[in-house]
Design a protein around this ligand. Sequence first.
Ligand code: AGP
Length: 610
Amino acid sequence: MCGIVGYWGPEKPKKVILDGLRSLEYRGYDSAGVAIFDSSKLKVVRSPGKLSQLEEKIKSSEFTGPSGIGHTRWATHGAPNEKNAHPHKVGSIAVVHNGIIENYIEIKEKLAKKKIMPSSDTDSELIAHLLSLECKKGKNLLEATLNVIPQLRGAYSILVVNEDEPDTLLAFKNATPMLVGIGEKEIIIASDVQAFISRTNRVAYLEDGEIVLSKKGQVKFFNVRGQEITNKKIHEVKWNSVMAEKAGFDHFMQKEIFEQPQALRQTMESHVDHDSMTVKLKPTGLTDAQFKKFSRIQLIACGTAWHAALVAKYFFERVTKISTQVDIASEFRYGHSILEKDTLVIVVTQSGETADTLACLRLCKKEGHKTLAVVNVPHSSIDRESHGRLYTNAGPEIGVCSTKAFTSQIVALQLLALHMARLRKSCKVTEIQEHVRALLELPSQVEVCLNHDKWFKEAALSLTAYRGFLYIGRGVNYPVALEGALKLKEITYLHAEGYPSGELKHGPIALVDSSMAVVAMASKDELYEKNVSNIEEVRARGAQIIAIGTEDDAHLRRLSRHYLSIPKATWATNSILMAIPVQLLSYHVAVALKRDVDQPRNLAKSVTVE
Ligand code: AGP
């Protein structure tokens, strides 16, 4: 989960590389560094902490170029300090790396036999040593790389420069993302399109096992056997840099919370048939015949995406009548799960690069199952490797804390379920039309929910006084309770747990006293009365109730210390409306606690290591 940028071109590399790293800081931000040519010398400068500390260190440094590489780190091996920061330079070679070298101990022992003792605690430095050994035998960068790759095991991508070849950049991709931006007179190699989208939208996506070699701006692609790949596709990406900027908000997370009405419109547009008021998905890569044939659904995801998948289970089973299983990717991949033959495997992911989710996709494909990705980032690894895809089209989500991705994933999954229900005639057309109307109302209903922003901003500081938070809900609101707790944990660092309301009396209620806040999601649905009973139970034990209910629910208001309303919606779309207040709660409490909202400690936006 690191940010990598490399540049070759007529401009001074420092600015291009730092701009690129800044746009990738959400991928990791505990240390940073650059290796940039200054005349014929390859100068390396590294710094612990945020990118701003590196910028301060090199603000007066002039690097003539023509090329250089940079890195912003999320530490895996070795503490986040200057010694372990990338790039790692050994001899004429400088390397930046994203991922994990699983056989690094074996390599370290092999180097020790040659009396080579690394100066850092990282697995990345070992790659520089191996490449340097090859170059000392007279190999050029491509030859050296082809000899070193077979010695490495793990999920990793590398970007390399050689002091003896100033006009050359080389990158190798295996599991973690690496893209090539092809400008008019410049080449930018990076972990994500954000790093260069303001300079070029012409992009080549490296596949696993591919090498890109850029020499004086001439780009060639090779496989690990050194054979040139002559038909590499160059994409024209539709995103622009403005979409990825803050647009006047204080944080990306805040912007993305407020982008949700538009994001949901983008998720739905072109899939809803307004004449029939049903769903006719744009081509996904799977056929209608296949959608009719599936007898099981297996949803797989991590974190917030897993919560969205949990919401979807209720919906799929209600409208498609297909048994639906949901698993966390890191459990599924080692769980020896038995999937029925005609299972549709749906992987849900914002980034399309989550290592565990990608591994599950590959496992299920290998076992012959049809796969479909519900994904936000076009051309990401999971997008490219799935049989079918349904884009959430939410636009770039930069804040580590996922918000618009969550709600757009739920909508996308409901669109998919309604498309399948229409084909399979598994529920009445009138029921499908009711769900479609409810979805089409969502963007304006979300706008209404966003009006709670002011209340949360004013109440935030008082909310920090609680010892802990329990989030409770039933049915589709249970996964939203999990999501609300995750939001709070990951950006305020306060402790929170999400539970099915009915589960409290099986243990968690022992936590409840007057120092505990209970965020209770009790929309007016078929489970309302049950939920209210559970709220009474915790209230009787002193819990401070923050209730979220449908419109003006006087009874719920009376039970609550704080009551927030959401518009009247259906049992299915309540889950999306409930998400807005819990997102706002977490955001404003984090701001009140002066947390680093967009780059919370210990986290990264895309978990590309397992
Ligand atoms: C959510 O706020 C977190 N950032 C995290 O749980 C995230 O949802 C998870 O890592 C999955 O990421 P993905 O959707 O990109 O696969």
